[in-house]
Design a protein around this ligand. Structure first.
Ligand code: HEC
Ligand code: HEC
Length: 246
């Protein structure tokens, strides 16, 4: 019996996943060392989405979860080709357990946070459930993707965690400097959208200089414009946004 299991553990992914007996303790150890860097300790989210949900959009059952872990979800979630079938099954079982953990308890009044969001003009750059303007990321399900600490930092120091696809670039062309969010780039051309919403397209060979600004965000820092209570309330409201109609 054991020799069969050990043998199954060494087979390539997909050949006999059901013979691997998951070990949650092993799963947690692997998660902490290989997944937490993106999904946070305990799967509360970071660069990768929070995994503390009863149902994961891209891995709704344990079978698809094992597949997602082994093969990854291109382009951003890497596959874990280095893990054996048993290790994959063990991490999957650990992740299933995370979905049974209640969402974080945060201080703050989520209802009031919604009013703060409106009063501070956040909707001028963000969509929530179809309302607002899409100059920054859609926040309709941000609570399912980011933990409280990450949300807080995104508001007070936007450049601390730049959302994907919002890289700022600066181009100096014909003596004029244009800054904006990169929309597209290849070795020869660069397209960006400036703060006023205008689109610009450049040939790299024809501009004086261009550079990426990886440490800057086009979102203003709100640290000084928000009281501590307003910030708590705002974070509590954003954390409650999980893609359902609000
Ligand atoms: C380099 C960062 C990174 C690492 C390391 C990483 N992930 Fe991910 N993971 C992501 C990102 C980003 C996504 C979102 C992909 C998408 O939706 O396209 C994701 C998505 C997922 C999903 C689907 C979530 C959903 O809501 O459907 C699961 C499950 C998952 N990861 C589990 C793991 C596990 C388990 C490990 C460790 C073996 C791991 N990830 C390692 C970045 C990472
Ligand atoms: C001038 C436009 C602008 C305004 C106003 C603005 N944001 Fe942003 N926001 C952005 C942009 C662009 C990004 C993506 C770059 C980044 O992550 O810093 C972003 C990112 C974020 C993120 C991170 C999203 C993620 O995927 O992690 C959160 C959370 C957020 N904003 C919340 C707010 C809140 C709350 C307010 C109001 C207090 C606000 N924003 C006001 C433009 C804006």
């Amino acid at each position: 019996m054991w020799s069969v299991l050990l043998f199954a553990g060494g087979l390539a992914w997909g050949q006999s996943p059901h013979e691997a007996v998951p070990d949650v303790t092993l799963g947690k150890r692997i998660f902490d060392s290989q997944c937490a860097v993106c999904h946070g300790q305990g799967g509360t989210g970071g660069r990768g989405p929070a995994l503390t949900k009863p149902k994961l959009a891209k891995a709704p059952d344990e079978e698809s979860l094992r597949r997602a872990i082994a093969q990854g979800i291109p382009p951003e979630m890497p596959g874990s080709w280095q893990l054996s079938v048993r290790e994959v099954a063990s991490v999957a079982r650990y992740v299933v357990g995370l979905g049974q953990v209640a969402p974080e308890k945060l201080p703050g009044d989520a209802q009031h946070g919604r009013a703060v969001f409106q009063a501070k003009g956040c909707g001028g750059c963000h969509l929530v459930a179809g309302q607002g303007t899409a100059r920054g990321p859609d926040l309709s399900a941000i609570g399912a993707k980011r933990n409280g600490a990450h949300l807080r930092a995104s508001i007070t120091q936007p450049a601390a965690h730049l959302a994907e696809d919002y890289l700022l670039v600066e181009v100096v062309s014909a003596g004029k400097t244009v800054r904006g969010v990169r929309l597209a780039e290849d070795p020869f051309t660069l397209q960006l959208r400036d703060g006023a919403g205008a689109l610009h397209s450049f040939r790299k060979s024809q501009v004086q200089r261009w550079r990426h600004l990886p440490a800057e965000s086009s979102m203003p820092a709100f640290a000084r414009n928000l009281s501590a209570t307003e910030l708590d309330d705002l974070v509590a409201w954003l954390a409650s946004l999980r893609g359902e109609q609000q």
